[in-house]
Design a protein around this ligand. Structure first.
Ligand code: BMX
Length: 286
């Protein structure tokens, strides 16, 4: 069964055709950050137009929260998703079939559990990207919680004593880009500068790794999972992943730290799996 899968992140939107955990075709567009919900959905419908008739279910993994099919930002700085935007209804109308929507890190965590680095083991998934998202799979179940936000570690108010800011605001890709203060255009530019030996860039990345390692450490204390899978455009930079590994090397936990095996496809692969499971449940109830 082929699914249309969508991943709406703070920086890019990926639209793909997925079958049995494999991406058959993909299209990627930059997220028009100021466009708003209708513009983002139109960009998705456009990108998928050529695949009409080739899929029988559809799912979307989105940055932010989903409640009753409506979308809202948890941290509008990651993406200012319009509060209460009817994402499921709008995408379903535009694409002509029901579209099941989930938080992006939840979907990616499920993708890694089913088809990637987590396979079959209790796992925590952490994506270090524009923001920092998280998901948990325990006992073979995605722990969505009552709000669909289980394991959302990037939003924990860890790094400040007064709890006034989420830890992602102090180490995510957006934070890295902001610290450059004009010396680089984006997080990628900071990594490029660090690679050529710029001390200012190394310091920013080191501090980001120190703080992101706290996120992973917290997950270890809370859940002590067999594996923590790290994904996202920042988390998957090899030197960054190695820095996290080094910071977690000591301590009593036996948790294995692994890079997402599905890389940037984890979200669409997870969204496809969840869409399929959802449409099977719906059909069983008909
Ligand atoms: C933020 C939050 C999470 C998301 C995470 C990673 C919003 C818009 N997003 O914590 O829901 O999982 O960022 O998102 O509130 P990404 O866009 O960086 O992949």
């Amino acid at each position: 069964m082929t699914a249309l899968a969508i991943d709406i992140g703070g920086t890019k939107i990926l639209v793909a055709l997925v079958r049995d955990g494999v991406v058959l075709e993909r299209r990627q567009v930059a997220t028009p950050r100021d466009g708003g919900g209708d513009a983002w959905c139109a960009a998705i419908a456009d990108a998928a137009a050529g695949w009409r008739g080739q899929y029988s279910s559809a799912g979307a993994a989105v940055t932010g929260g989903i409640r009753d099919g409506r979308w809202y930002a948890l941290n509008p700085e990651t993406l200012p998703a319009p509060a209460g935007f009817p994402l499921e209804a709008t995408l379903s109308d535009m694409l002509g079939l029901p579209v099941h929507c989930t938080n992006d890190a939840q979907a990616a965590g499920w993708g890694e559990y089913r088809r990637g680095a987590g396979q079959g083991r209790d796992m925590g998934f952490v994506t270090i990207s524009t923001g920092i998202g998280g998901g948990l799979v325990l006992g073979g179940k995605l722990v969505s919680g009552i709000s669909g936000l289980g394991g959302h570690v990037g939003l924990m108010p860890l790094a400040t004593v007064d709890g006034s800011t989420a830890i992602e605001n102090l180490c995510s890709g957006r934070w890295i880009a902001k610290q450059a203060e004009g010396r680089a255009d984006d997080a990628r530019g900071v990594f490029a500068a660090a690679a050529t030996g710029a001390d200012w860039a190394r310091e920013i990345i080191d501090l980001s790794m120190d703080r992101a390692a706290l996120v992973l450490r917290t997950l270890q204390w809370l859940v002590d999972p067999a594996v923590i899978v790290v994904g996202g455009g920042i988390g998957l930079v090899p030197s960054y992943f190695a820095g996290l590994q080094q910071r977690l090397a000591s301590g009593p936990h036996r948790t294995e730290l692994r890079p997402a095996l599905l890389g940037g496809d984890a979200g669409v692969i997870g969204a496809a799996e969840l869409a399929l499971a959802h449409s099977e449940t719906e059909n069983a109830h008909e």
